[in-house]
Design a protein around this ligand. Structure first.
Ligand SMILES: *[C@@H]1O[C@H](CO)[C@@H](O)[C@H](O)[C@H]1NC(C)=O
Ligand SMILES: *[C@@H]1O[C@H](CO)[C@@H](O)[C@H](O)[C@H]1NC(C)=O
Length: 483
């Protein structure tokens, strides 16, 4: 009996002894990743419970994928291990487990966000590691691919060879996560099959506006730009339909000026607004202004983000390339065209999100809001240390008492101000104060020099940073007089 158990466990352990998941570390991570066209990496910590649950599934997926020709490797990195911290921070690993797919030797990286079971991982990897564009071989096949609510880019060729074809396939590989791609030799398979120009050409099918657009420049950059632009609707609709979310995301990611009209889609004037908005959007399309129509009932988060209230709806807000915002509340449909024209002509002044200016500001750490940022920070001829924080950030809570202490110890120093701004409720000049993380500390010297504090959250370090960088009042006075 004992012999049997011993034998059995030996047999089992010899089965699991061959690990299909590669172990990577700081010594070999880059060399292994750069060698592979496609490799999956799990970033884990030995103590993390979800990692323990994932582990056997991940191993199973690795076993299955090792049987493919060529085998698709799955790897793991213990990111909690101090020697591997560099890798973890390079790829901004914020939680465990995180699974990332590295393509083209690590040039293209994306996160796996699917369920943590072997089959889902295998399905995802097989789809992602295959060709970015699939051949369309029949009309049925085409209509399966080109269905509602998706953007599908189809290349029509004389033959599946040559520079045009290769550029198309390379781009399909690159943009595969954002669009569906197909290629064919026979236009008869495609919808609107008769109306084709000469091959080769790219036809982009979209579920809105003109429904399809053709393009004939096969340079990779030109094609990419064409696809990006053609896939933004004239008016992006932002309501509760999840099919619209990819377009909403695109809208917000675009660098173009954004015009957003928020109104109640079930209100009486909705249709009038919609057609007005479309007309105006078409008119300004050439100027590169993108338009969005949001249902105020489903976009509370967006309204709050811009510091707007539902009693201001219907409203239009435009954000330009510099991040400045312009807003008209309680809009009537027939005011839209004129207001947008006024904005274009520079006749509308910027709008800024702000908490009310505090009536009393007697605490040691002064409260700065959007509406007094100039007076309290930029134009004040004093040395100002300002913290950009959010109410929920843990490090901000840690910093608060430290700032308080510093402010108290400097209270008699009339030339130094310690201040804070709630970045969720107030706008500030983002061109001068770049804030990527919270808390962020900036120092503006009395003469107007702005520098970011990069050191530790420690009383001594921050204090000596202020003392090192401060200007005297006299110096400030001189330079202000020079202005
Ligand atoms: C990579 O290095 C680690 C040690 O950091 C080692 O355990 C592992 O076997 C190596 N993996 C490969 C695939 O060479
Ligand atoms: C939108 O309009 C409908 C119908 O007029 C109304 O019942 C609803 O309360 C409105 N919602 C908002 C957020 O104003």
């Amino acid at each position: 009996m004992w012999f049997y158990i011993l034998f059995f466990s030996l047999a089992v352990s010899s089965v699991v002894a061959k690990e299909f998941v590669l172990t990577l570390g700081s010594g070999n991570f880059s060399s292994v990743v750069s060698k592979h066209k496609f490799i999956v990496v799990e970033f884990y910590a030995p103590w993390c419970e979800h990692c323990k649950t994932l582990s056997p599934e991940y191993e199973k997926a690795a076993l299955i994928l090792s049987c493919y020709d060529p085998p698709i490797p799955l790897a793991k990195v213990d990111s909690s291990n101090a020697v591997n911290r560099g890798i973890a921070s390079q790829y901004e690993i914020k939680s465990y487990p995180t699974i990332k797919v590295f393509r083209d030797g690590g040039k293209v990286i994306e996160d796996y966000k699917g369920p943590p079971d072997a089959q889902s991982i295998v399905d995802y990897v097989l789809k992602q590691s295959g060709p970015g564009s699939i051949e369309i071989t029949s009309a049925v096949h085409a209509s399966g691919l080109i269905y509602n609510k998706k953007i599908v880019v189809v290349g029509v060729f004389h033959e599946f060879a040559g520079e045009e074809f290769e550029n198309f396939m390379a781009l399909a590989d690159k943009l595969r996560l954002d669009y569906e791609f197909g290629h064919t030799l026979d236009v008869e398979h495609l919808p609107h099959g008769k109306s084709y120009d000469t091959r080769p050409l790219v036809r982009l099918f979209k579920p809105f506006d003109e429904l399809f657009v053709d393009f004939k420049d096969f340079k990779v950059d030109a094609m990419e730009k064409f696809i990006e632009e053609a896939s933004i609707p004239i008016v992006t609709i932002y309501d509760k339909d999840p099919n619209n979310y990819p377009y909403v995301k695109k809208f917000f990611n675009s660098a173009n000026p954004k015009a957003m009209l928020f109104m109640n889609f079930s209100a009486k004037l909705a249709d009038t607004f919609k057609s007005e908005c479309r007309e105006v959007a078409e008119q300004y399309r050439g100027d590169g202004i993108n338009f969005l129509l949001g249902d105020a009932e489903n976009t509370q988060g967006a309204l709050q983000y811009f510091g707007l209230r539902s009693d201001q709806v219907p409203l239009i807000i435009i954000q330009n390339k510099d991040g400045d915002k312009f807003m008209k509340p309680n809009l009537e449909p027939d005011q839209l065209a004129l207001w947008v024209k006024d904005f274009k002509d520079g006749k509308v002044s910027a709008f800024r999100k702000s908490e009310p200016i505090p009536k009393e500001n007697n605490e040691a750490v002064k409260i700065v809001v959007g509406d007094n940022f100039e007076d309290m920070v930029l134009n004040l001829p004093k040395n100002v240390l300002i913290e950009f924080y959010t109410p929920w950030c843990g490090q901000c809570k840690k910093l608060a008492p430290i700032l308080e202490e510093i402010a108290l110890s400097l209270q008699t120093d009339t030339n130094v101000v310690i201040a804070k701004l709630d970045a969720t409720l107030n706008d500030y000049p983002v061109a001068k104060f770049e804030v990527k993380d919270y808390p962020t500390l900036y120092f503006k010297s009395a003469t107007g020099l702005i520098i970011q504090y990069q050191g530790d959250i420690s009383k001594d370090d921050i204090y000596s940073f202020i003392q090192t960088n401060r200007d005297t009042l006299e110096l400030a006075q001189v330079s202000m007089d020079e202005l």
